[in-house]
Design a binder for this molecule. Sequence first.
Ligand SMILES: *[C@@H]1O[C@H](CO)[C@@H](O)[C@H](O)[C@H]1NC(C)=O
Ligand SMILES: *[C@@H]1O[C@H](CO)[C@@H](O)[C@H](O)[C@H]1NC(C)=O
Ligand SMILES: *[C@@H]1O[C@H](CO)[C@@H](O)[C@H](O)[C@H]1NC(C)=O
Ligand SMILES: *[C@@H]1O[C@H](CO)[C@@H](O)[C@H](O)[C@H]1NC(C)=O
Ligand SMILES: *[C@@H]1O[C@H](CO)[C@@H](O)[C@H](O)[C@H]1NC(C)=O
Length: 493
Amino acid sequence: MRLFFHILLLLLIQSPPASTHNYHDALTKSILFFEGQRSGRLQSDQRATWRGDSGLSDGSEAGVDLQGGYYDAGDNVKFGFPMAFTTTMLSWSVIEFADAMPSDDLWNAAVAIRWATDYLLKTISQPGRIFVQVGNPISDHNCWERPEDMDTARTVYNVSAERPGSEVAGETAAALAAASMVFRSLDPGYSQKLLENAMRVFEFADNYRGAYSDDPGLRAGVCPYYCDFDGYQDELLWGAAWLRRASQNDTFLNYIQDNGKTLGADDNINEFGWDNKHAGLNVLVSKEYMEGQVLSLESYKESADSFMCTLIPESSSSHIQYTPGGLIYKPGGSNMQHVTSIAFLLLAYANYLSKSSQTVNCGSITVGPASLRLQAKKQIDYLLGDNPMNMSYMVGYGTRYPQRIHHRGSSLPAIREHPQFIACKEGSIYFNSTNPNPNPLIGAVVGGPGEDDVYEDDRADFRKSEPTTYINAPLVGVLAYFVANPNLSDHLS
Ligand SMILES: *[C@@H]1O[C@H](CO)[C@@H](O)[C@H](O)[C@H]1NC(C)=O
Ligand SMILES: *[C@@H]1O[C@H](CO)[C@@H](O)[C@H](O)[C@H]1NC(C)=O
Ligand SMILES: *[C@@H]1O[C@H](CO)[C@@H](O)[C@H](O)[C@H]1NC(C)=O
Ligand SMILES: *[C@@H]1O[C@H](CO)[C@@H](O)[C@H](O)[C@H]1NC(C)=O
Ligand SMILES: *[C@@H]1O[C@H](CO)[C@@H](O)[C@H](O)[C@H]1NC(C)=O
């Protein structure tokens, strides 16, 4: 009897608490965030009404139309490399978790993806060239200015056969291929166009191999912000993997099989973000291995397994770092990007394992999909408010959330309330003000607390208080999953 009670107690302790979070509200807001980041001419459906048109002559310096796309964070530069990654992850969110998305959210997510893909198509409109960035980051960062007032240099940067950029090209191929799957039934013509362009830009990435930051001119524009620190090899495999998934064409499967070794697929690197695709590549290709029985791809599942084991506290492998409050933590700033992208991989991998009735072998223990989902839930519940600060790290969600995010448009007066021009340095008083931002950027998730779980809500501390598009993009899929499975109850048996 005593033993029975102990077991019962243990079960009660181990079951996740019934959900106290409104995942649907968080999902809707995580998508709305992208409207605040829009560049170009806004449409009548714009809900973030504190924003106005901006960057309307982007591209004119190079004689091309590069209007549109997204500002990547709290500044007004359009960085192509992280924008493409954002697009890939927004698309993967929809591909993997659309079944769980309420129809309004699914529609808005597709609109958010198209805002990016319309722009990405413009960047590859000239054969043999990709426009990889608009805006000189030094002059931009020197100003605290609304995008609508922007008068800094809108320098246009391009890569070509002579100055290759296989990471941007490979990621752009991945983004267009993934997005083609999102639009397959919504807009078949557009979907086909995305896929054809993905194939074309992948060929360019592969034929002219090199890292864009190796060119001194490009380096001055893209570094140190979105330098290619980790090499372009992973983006070639990643682009091929997405083309394979989108087209089912064996050419890309063969590419992965023939080039995996030389492009470092076996390096077993436990990273996933805008620069490093390894862990995501391993998860994505494992799907093909597990469902398609392509034996030559087994090493991808082994690598994905060993990554998952670093996230399971009970496993004997070396572990990722956690804060005392339980948040995944990696040094370097903007930590929430790791939290959301890892939570995404946990859930995607759990789905692939479920579908093929497989498990993860972590040495002394075997881990099933339920444990992976539980780890993801802990991270997301922390993000939404179950943490030592008792605050949500998403603007507009919950009762306490960041008020002074590092974001120009959000912290300066809205254009419709203050139509007069506010020049570069005139914005400093708003930057230095301790007042809350006047325009809450609803849905924005900030870089988050430090390794001690402390968050100061300080606008100047961009490592903690700046939102980015690639923090939110994987979060959209994660939240969609928890809208459908708030208690995880059906998976814990
Ligand atoms: C989740 O748990 C809560 C609280 O017990 C309950 O009200 C809700 O119906 C559950 N939701 C689902 C989808 O099972
Ligand atoms: C591409 O970049 C090179 C090097 O900066 C520049 O000379 C060239 O004019 C650019 N081409 C276009 C079309 O912008
Ligand atoms: C597969 O992709 C290759 C390379 O893009 C292309 O040449 C070939 O026609 C494609 N095959 C099919 C069946 O679409
Ligand atoms: C958070 O809430 C807990 C429980 O209500 C409380 O003990 C703690 O002091 C709170 N922490 C902060 C930083 O407000
Ligand atoms: C605002 O802060 C910046 C740096 O934090 C400082 O250089 C500047 O003098 C301040 N400006 C005003 C108007 O207080």
